[in-house]
Design a protein around this ligand. Sequence first.
Ligand SMILES: [Zn+2]
Length: 415
Amino acid sequence: MVKSRVDVLVLNSNETITLDSRDGETGLGIVDNGGVAINQGKIVLAASTELLERKFRARRTIDAEDEVILPGFVDPHTHLVFAEAREAEFQLRIAGASYMDVLRKGGGIIETVNRTRQASSESLFQSGMERLDTCLESGSTTVEIKSGYGLREDDEFKILRTVQRLKMYHPCNIVPTFMGAHAVPPGESSSEYVHGVINEMLPQVSQVGLAEFCDVFCERGAFDSIESKKILGKAAKLGLKLKIHADQFTDSGGAEVANELHAISADHLVHSPTKQLGKMTKTEVTPVLLPSSSQSVLAGENADARGMLALGLPVALGTDFSPSNWMLGQLTVAALASRELRMSASEIIRGITINAARAIGLEKRVGSLHAGKHADLVTLRAPNHRWIGYTYGERLVDNVLIEGELVVQDGRRIL
Ligand SMILES: [Zn+2]
């Protein structure tokens, strides 16, 4: 047989997790001793090493012996662009202060807003690049990034332009989200601020094309469900896709707003009523759970992942990286999802790949090793997929490829 020429072959893995079929015990589409053929940045075929070697010859071969091959991880929820950090506030939380108490006293998000307003675009870009390198070296190839630490037009735009620059210069796929309604800025009433978001910021964001999604922090002390609905309703009219921070600290009606407006995702859902979760099976809102965020607020409360999975919902997982929850790796999220949410390895793998892709509307392009999709993949030094969630993820990532380019080798960014 004449062999077809492809750009890259990744071969000899213990397991190749394609997520391209719901067959078998795990529903992960596992190919034993498999690999992937890649051409022009796209997946050609995920199959056994033997078949791939028979069908193809490649310009470059990557050996994944003793490893597991997976689609590159998708992080559907980060607040990655902001200045400095808030480690002192974390000490206050350890001593007993609640997250919302700190915010009401002008700390929390507001403290980061003040620092981010003072920061130069260049410093935001540089710290953004470094943080994205950590995402990439932790196996994430697609990362959603929200604005929300400017809270006035110029500074929200400074953040969104930084996100656009990161998108241009970093190998990760970046999905930008406008989240002007992250907190009410000091000295303004929420109605005044909501008016500005709807009538000034949103039309500009959509006109300049700075964001694909609009998100709102729907919570007591931030924006209520009526305000959230107004903002997201306007965003939808302007052609933006919708996300919502829903019911993180209290049942604030966030899940209901997500269902009414058919948001792409509703995130957190720690206090959402079961009835609204049930409705998501019809409205096709993807639930995004953020167990590290729940852990960082130290309230000991978690979303009901088991209940959502029992309803048949495609539960996605994200980091919620922010100054109040400093973690960038989806394998660490996996460790928390198994321990805090009682999710199995298979459920977690779907949560950080195909379901996470669904939560940002990219399920047709990334999130599985389906022929024709972007050749974004990661190889892990692990004997089998059950090591995801079992370990905390340290030194597990070996290679990362984005659109067929090897960008991480031996766990370090090389391109
Ligand atoms: Zn968040």
